[in-house]
Design a protein around this ligand. Structure first.
Ligand SMILES: [Zn+2]
Length: 301
């Protein structure tokens, strides 16, 4: 089957038809089950997240989440099941259907959000900016080099890509590390290039690949992309962590994105975010609110 802008693929810009960029997204597997927020995990059968609409937030918790993590409305929090570990995310607008893409932010991830700024304010500022406002600074352009990955993740990506090629897939790495400013430039450009300002690319733990034909051209056969996505979703890293896709192998808006999350970055529960907010906002605290990337030194500010 050749891919056009079909209903099934929700006119995605990414993958078989276009370039691969990043997002929060429709989800697949199972979230971490050991939390007090289990009812706010995953998605319903329409692909809509189980937002924390019914959860009670004390005034103190709401204030902590606002000041540390830019959350104006904590009832828009949810634990995404797009990774089996689950990751706490925030949508500035409530998602209403599987392909109604909204902007999603991973809580505690580095981004261009300013101290004290909410996600709503950050989003308005970025959208009102020209992409050039987020022009690359030293070491901060998008990279295609696996050497710019988190040194812990790099050998796992290298092994997987080698095994994929040995299994007969033709792949080109299009993006590895992407800075928060680059992420913001994509949102400022508009056109659905991204639905987020937070990404595992900014942690060197995501790669965008292109699935090619044997002649090295981007494959327009969706079956080629699905075959690779099914393969990588089942791939055994031997490390206890596994690669994750956005969406399911068969359905996504971001076909080439493969990430390797870590439990060292992001939250699995709302309570964990409140706890770190309390710690990082305390007088004299040395705990940063956002998780610091583990990147090669040349990429760090
Ligand atoms: Zn990506």
């Amino acid at each position: 089957m050749l891919l056009g802008c079909t209903l099934m693929f929700a006119c995605s810009h990414a993958g078989p038809a276009g370039s691969a960029e990043d997002s929060g997204a429709v989800a697949a597997s199972i979230a971490r089950g050991d939390t007090t927020d289990a009812e706010f995990e995953g998605t319903d059968d329409r692909g809509v997240p189980h937002y924390a609409l019914t959860r009670a937030f004390s005034a103190e918790d709401s204030a902590l989440l606002l000041h540390a993590y830019g959350i104006e409305n904590p009832h828009h929090l949810y634990v995404s099941d797009s990774t089996e570990e689950g990751i706490l995310k925030y949508d500035t607008e409530v998602k209403r259907c599987r392909t109604c893409y909204v902007n999603s932010y991973r809580i505690g991830y580095v981004s261009v959000r300013l101290p004290g700024e909410s996600w709503e304010q950050a989003e308005r500022r970025v959208r009102a900016s020209k992409p050039s406002a987020f022009a690359p600074q030293t070491g901060d352009a998008g990279s295609t080099s696996l050497a710019d990955l988190d040194p812990e993740a790099r050998p796992i990506f290298e092994r997987m890509l080698g095994d994929a090629r040995a299994a007969g897939f033709h792949l080109t790495v299009k993006t590895t590390y992407r800075s928060p400013r680059r992420e913001a430039a994509l949102m400022a450009r508009g056109g659905g290039h991204t639905h987020t300002l937070t990404s595992n690319h900014s942690y060197g733990r995501a790669v965008d690949v292109e699935v090619d034909t044997p002649k090295g051209k981007r494959s327009r056969r969706v079956s080629d992309w699905i075959a690779f996505r099914r393969w990588v979703a089942k791939y055994e890293t031997g490390t206890g962590i596994s690669f994750k896709l956005l969406g399911t192998p068969e359905r996504t808006w971001d076909w080439g994105h493969v990430e390797l999350p870590t439990d060292q970055v992001g939250f699995g529960t709302i309570d964990a975010a409140v706890g770190r907010a309390r710690a990082c906002l305390a007088a004299g605290s040395t705990t940063p609110c956002d998780f610091r990337p583990n990147l090669p030194a040349r990429l760090l500010p």
